[in-house]
Design a protein around this ligand. Sequence first.
Ligand SMILES: CC(C)=CCC/C(C)=C/CC/C(C)=C/CC/C(C)=C/[C@@H]1[C@@H](COP(=O)(O)OP(=O)(O)O)[C@]1(C)CC/C=C(\C)CC/C=C(\C)CCC=C(C)C
Ligand SMILES: Nc1ncnc2c1ncn2[C@@H]1O[C@H](COP(=O)(O)OP(=O)(O)OP(=O)(O)O)[C@@H](O)[C@H]1O
Ligand SMILES: [Mn+2]
Length: 272
Amino acid sequence: MTPERRRAIWAIYVWCRRTDELVDGPNAPHITPTALDRWEARLEDLFNGRPFDMLDAALANTVNKFPVNIQPFKDMIEGMRMDLRKSRYKNFDELYLYCYYVAGTVGLMSVPVMGIAPESLASTESVYNAALALGIANQLTNILRDVGEDAQRGRIYLPQDELAQEGLSDEDIFSGKVTDKWRNFMKKQIKRARMLFHEAEKGVKELNASSRWPVSASLMLYKQILDEIEANDYNNFTKRAYVSKAKKLIALPVAYVRSLVAPSTISSSHRN
Ligand SMILES: CC(C)=CCC/C(C)=C/CC/C(C)=C/CC/C(C)=C/[C@@H]1[C@@H](COP(=O)(O)OP(=O)(O)O)[C@]1(C)CC/C=C(\C)CC/C=C(\C)CCC=C(C)C
Ligand SMILES: Nc1ncnc2c1ncn2[C@@H]1O[C@H](COP(=O)(O)OP(=O)(O)OP(=O)(O)O)[C@@H](O)[C@H]1O
Ligand SMILES: [Mn+2]
């Protein structure tokens, strides 16, 4: 990315990390909905050019330079409120909403910084849809990787109706035994996450040329966590799926070559 864009993404990353840290970090037990209201007031202040601290100032600078909207930031805070309120999700619709709040929003925050290629003929809406898909896919992957860890905190970020369809209950998650029922359930969840990564891939080539490589690389790296869950024979209860340094290094040149694909132009959109 260009140095300016890189700094902007860094500022967004830091704000997201700090927001997540409120509910997941060492101070989490003291975090009340009121504390999140205060965090939201700070967000509004920095969007109005009145940052509270140095890190807020970095984001204030970013929203000055790029046409970033405040809504996805507010939505992420809403996701943290949701996380404080509930620890079960009835169906995929409910889980999707949570994933939008805490991760789809990251895609919406990033596109105005990454920029859409000036020569792209894709609709703005379709690029945002791809960015949303990448956020949701990442979050679903994060959830599938962390099933055991989350269960230890009493949390199950999986659709209850789909667990039931497979004959699984909360108890099965807490006992953490890899059974055929669990493998079947996991196969379907992995398939859904891969579909969303595929949706996202279509959008990468529409981004500004300098932004394609980092997005393509992070997409490939995160998607590979799904392969590692399979390689662990679906034991995401006691084994943390991770992509080795070697595989990460190999992904970089592959992502680079993919990032050279040109955006859709008149000729390519008329191809079919
Ligand atoms: C057209 C197109 C494809 C555009 C690209 C759009 C784009 C850049 C999308 C980025 C998507 C992305 C990186 C989403 C992050 C999703 C995620 C995993 C969120 C985590 C939430 C909380 O979950 P949980 O508590 O279960 O997780 P932990 O166990 O605590 O990890 C988050 C932690 C929320 C906070 C998110 C971040 C800290 C990541 C922010 C990242 C960026 C701003 C970098 C984006 C840049 C690039 C190059 C991908
Ligand atoms: N540069 C990046 N590209 C793509 N995704 C990223 C990037 N940086 C962070 N993320 C996503 O944001 C999430 C949170 O980032 P973080 O750096 O805190 O890592 P983490 O794996 O969550 O670590 P921890 O287990 O300590 O919370 C990551 O799991 C990953 O999904
Ligand atoms: Mn977290």
